[in-house]
Ligand binder design. Structure first.
Ligand code: 5AD
Ligand code: FES
Length: 370
């Protein structure tokens, strides 16, 4: 495909938010730097139409690295005996959030392995406590696969959003990344349940994970067109030395960036983060991600003492910094590409009012961070 044909495909994707399977595949496989910069230009137009040049910040609290699962790619898999485990107490979580609030965060993301130590009721209690302390904030959960009843309990406790990457929308590929104890169908069921309950729901995939093909990626896009996630998180696979995939090669920043551009054109209103994994494979990965159409970053709020223990992959960045250092650094990075970090819940476009109440209802204005 020459540049003229590529340009036409990108223009069509820009206008119609869709292409045929074969066109998507040839766009992805034929990517060049020139094609990427044209794609990113278009992606920024779409992002700016929907969200301006604002980038939303999420305070990430990695509260447990215990996990009952054994995904072949992940450093905190239960089979990794070399992983030093930790759990944060309810009080430590609340302290992280208080500190984050002072720094300007209005979304807290509670992320952890699937850790049965925290019962459904304990999680509901933590959510209630966070919402009570900070009614103008959104709470996002990212703690894996549960029953619909449990998800509903947490929604009713006040959780606003839920992140659960689907990892790959191809069943055979899914089974190459996960042990037989994990089920593709259950993961899909969880995602549709979350949507049905009313969560702003996040899906997403690793890119260049072992055995992934371009056809798999197109399937990911088709699946997400069906699910209609409000949030889409993607990042390169990065090997972890104590996992079965230790000898597989890391994914590239280039493919993740290119896919960010495509996602922005196909899902114009989605909240799309420039992820830590992207920042790990390229020192300016997060900035480049914003330039490719992303509009969210998720700096770490976990206490410095536990950060280096939440290692999903080798070389993870920002494991040594205090939250205040991290956010200053992030704000500078966002400004360096002409965007603004904002103090706001940062709900998906059109969401305002659906699950806002009381103080939060009146406090949805956006303030540029100092
Ligand atoms: N490389 C990149 N991303 C990973 N994740 C887990 N392990 C790795 C890895 N080795 C991602 C998964 C998961 C999210 C929390 O982190 O997509 O959903
Ligand atoms: Fe964490 Fe820069 S974003 S140190």
């Amino acid at each position: 495909m020459n540049m003229e044909e590529t340009r036409q495909l990108i223009d069509k994707l820009f206008e119609q938010a869709d292409l045929e399977d074969a066109q998507l595949e040839s766009l992805i496989d034929g990517r060049t730097d020139e094609a990427a910069s044209y794609l990113f230009e278009k992606a920024r137009v779409r992002r700016n139409e929907n969200y301006g040049n604002k980038v939303f910040l999420r305070g990430l609290i990695e509260f447990t690295n215990y996990c009952r699962n054994n995904c072949y790619y992940c450093g905190i898999r239960c089979g990794n005996t070399g992983c030093e485990r930790y759990r944060l107490s309810t009080q430590q979580i609340a302290q992280c959030a208080d500190q984050g609030y002072e720094l300007g965060f209005r979304t807290f993301v509670l992320q952890g392995g699937e850790d049965p130590y925290y019962t459904d009721e304990m999680i509901a209690g933590i959510v209630r406590q966070l919402k009570e302390a900070h009614p103008d904030c959104a709470v996002t959960l990212s703690i894996g696969e549960r029953t619909k009843e449990t998800y509903r309990l947490w929604y009713e406790a006040g959780a606003d959003r839920y992140l659960l990457r689907h990892e790959t929308a191809d069943k055979a590929h899914y089974e190459k990344l996960h042990p037989a104890s994990m089920s593709f169908e259950n993961r899909m069921r969880c995602l549709y349940d979350l949507k049905e309950i009313g969560f702003q729901t996040g899906a997403g995939m690793m890119l260049e994970s072992p055995f992934q093909t371009t056809a798999n990626i197109v399937k990911d896009l088709r699946f997400m067109q069906d699910l209609k996630p409000e949030m889409i998180g993607i990042g390169p696979f990065i090997p972890h030395k104590d996992t079965p995939f230790r000898d597989h090669e890391a994914g590239s920043a280039k493919l993740t960036l290119f896919m960010l551009g495509i996602l922005r054109l196909m899902f114009p209103e989605a909240l799309i983060p420039a992820t830590t994994a992207l920042g790990t494979v390229d020192g300016r990965g997060r900035e480049k991600g914003i330039e490719a159409g992303a509009n969210v970053v998720m700096p770490n709020l976990s206490p410095a003492g536990v950060r280096e223990k939440y290692l999903l992959y080798d070389g993870k960045i920002c494991t040594g910094d205090e939250a205040a250092v991290c956010i200053d650094c992030m704000k500078r990075r966002i400004a360096s590409v002409g965007c603004e970090a904002v103090v706001a819940r940062g709900d998906v476009k059109g969401y305002a009012g659906r699950k806002l109440s009381g103080k939060a209802m009146t406090d949805t204005r956006q303030v540029i961070m100092p």
